[in-house]
Design a protein around this ligand. Structure first.
Ligand SMILES: *Cc1c(COP(=O)(O)O)cnc(C)c1O
Length: 500
């Protein structure tokens, strides 16, 4: 069963948590208890394929689903046509100095960013959850995106029976590559619209539509209901736990790990705290992780929090080379606080209230001590991001994207400060370098590129020889389908005209 982070009295099933997305009081759903895995379990898992690993681990959290059902979801989500290569989450070994560094590449899916790992699975979990809760209506997914989430959600939900998806993006707030990815979106149940405003306008507009009684009534008349695909949905977090287990199993399979309980370090480029929270759950489930290393960009609110226990979003917002981590309020942190306080929902609710009122809260000494025993935190500005991209290329001939480069730099800081060279290190790579080709090219050449995004892709490919992912190549030939835009005040009308 699942609990709510802000309210002791709420206790819901997995399918309810997933179809609902967020609790009515704004709290997030968290599992009441966690399964434990032994070394023997991990050895057994190491003989399995990725979809089998996913079905095994997810079945512990979804008792209303059979193992066969989850295996068929995982086989569909991680099919070869969607994720190129032998595994959807391969480990690539780099020798960094004397250290063995394993890069967990999570960008081999249809949109070339790690959000595919969850958003290819969520539609299966969501539609089946709606069915299990006796809700036969069509789920309408509304998304406000600043870039990666919109495209990944569109790809995940395209042509999924029983769903419609509408994405709003800020007209001038996404990169050209990201805009093009969305404008050419295929599928019979999808729509995309630019709004005349920034990301906050889009987000506020979507939230307003979610709770607009007139729009809701209209949807109900037509047998539809709103649902959410954003990263606070448990159905997006759960598939992310799998790849940490999978990485460890791969290290067992190659012989890098040969002792029961042998620990690894995990470094995660972090924004909304979803990805690294999945690693925390894996650790609590018995996966031997020594330190969870949290890497932030210049928006370093998490670095300060994990070191001092003071969360303070009252600071300048920086637009960086790693835009998917430009976040000052990390929603999923709330789940960690719930677990570390032993499920003290009153305390969590009070901190979240302070955050909403003043942008700041301070945790108690015992919570801070727990945080510091689990996490190590650092940050990396744009100059160091570029330097990391350059040094990974020059010394290892590995081309990494700016988000991954932030993690590389912070991992280097960790080793420098702790001298912990022995623990095998897994570093999470969250995007293909070709998705952010102009930033990567600038890092490698030292000059701002002049051409458009596709020219940067070609130049980067010619320079490095790294293969261009098929979904990025395919974008060039695709017809543009969605060029519409609307003012913020017209969003409800747009939604209704697209749907009914
Ligand atoms: C979303 C995203 C992140 C941040 O992940 P969180 O789960 O929000 O911490 C990092 N890198 C890329 C490329 C992303 O798209």
């Amino acid at each position: 069963m699942y609990r709510c982070t802000r309210n002791d009295r709420e206790r819901v099933s997995a399918s309810h948590a997933i179809s609902q997305g967020i609790s009515a009081d704004g709290g997030l759903y968290v599992p009441e208890s966690l399964p434990r895995y032994t070394h023997e379990d991990l050895i057994r898992l190491s003989h399995c394929t990725y979809p089998e690993r996913a079905a095994r681990i997810m079945s512990d959290f979804l008792p209303e689903f059979t193992r066969e059902e989850l295996l068929s979801c995982a086989n569909a989500a991680y099919a070869k046509e969607k994720f190129s290569g032998n595994s959807p989450a391969p480990l690539s070994l780099q020798q960094k100095g004397q250290k063995n560094l394993y890069i967990l590449e999570l960008w081999h899916g249809p949109t070339c960013a790690f959000k595919d790992m969850a958003l290819q699975m969520l539609p299966h979990l969501l539609t089946r959850s709606l069915h299990k809760t006796g809700n036969p209506r069509t789920a309408v997914i509304l998304v406000a995106t600043s870039g990666d989430t919109g495209k990944a959600a569109l790809e995940g939900f395209r042509d999924v029976p029983g769903t419609r998806i509408l994405v709003f993006y800020p007209m001038h707030g996404v990169s050209n590559m990201q805009k093009r990815q969305m404008q050419v979106q295929e599928g019979s149940n999808v729509a995309v619209c630019a709004i005349e405003g920034n990301f906050d306008d889009a987000q506020t507009g979507v939230k307003r539509i979610f709770t607009d009684p007139a729009v809701k009534a209209k949807l109900e008349e037509h047998g539809m209901m709103f649902s959410s695909a954003n990263s606070i949905n448990w159905g997006r977090l759960l598939p992310q736990i799998v790849y940490y287990f999978s990485a460890y199993c791969d290290l067992i399979a190659t012989g890098e790990i040969d002792r029961p309980g042998e620990e690894i370090n995990v470094t995660v480029p972090t924004g909304n705290f979803g990805n690294i929270l999945a690693a925390y759950y894996a650790k609590e489930m018995g996966l031997p992780i020594h330190r969870l290393i949290c890497a932030s960009n210049a928006n370093n609110v998490l670095t300060d929090f994990l070191r001092t226990g003071v969360y303070d979003k009252n600071r300048p917002f920086h637009a960086t080379l790693s835009p998917s981590m430009d976040i000052l309020v990390s929603s999923n942190l709330e789940r960690l606080l719930y677990h570390l306080t032993g499920g003290n929902s009153a305390q969590v609710a009070a901190w979240m209230k302070e955050l909403a009122a003043s942008g700041r809260y301070v945790v108690d000494a015992s919570t801070l001590e727990k945080i510091r025993s689990l996490f190590w935190a650092g940050f990396c500005d744009d100059e160091n991001t570029k330097a990391s991209i350059r040094s990974m290329y020059e010394t290892e001939h590995y081309v990494c994207d700016p988000h991954t480069a932030v993690a590389v730099h912070v991992y280097d800081q960790y080793v420098e400060e702790t001298k912990d060279l022995e623990t095998p290190a897994v570093l999470v790579s969250t995007a293909s370098p070709y998705k952010f080709a102009s930033g990567v090219l600038e890092a490698l050449t030292g000059e701002k590129p002049l051409g458009d995004d596709f020219a940067c892709v070609d130049e980067l490919a010619a320079m490095t020889g790294a293969p261009v992912p098929e979904p990025i190549q395919a974008l060039r030939g695709k017809a543009i389908r969605f060029t519409g835009s609307c003012p913020v005040s017209g969003m409800s009308d747009t939604v209704l005209s697209m749907l009914v």
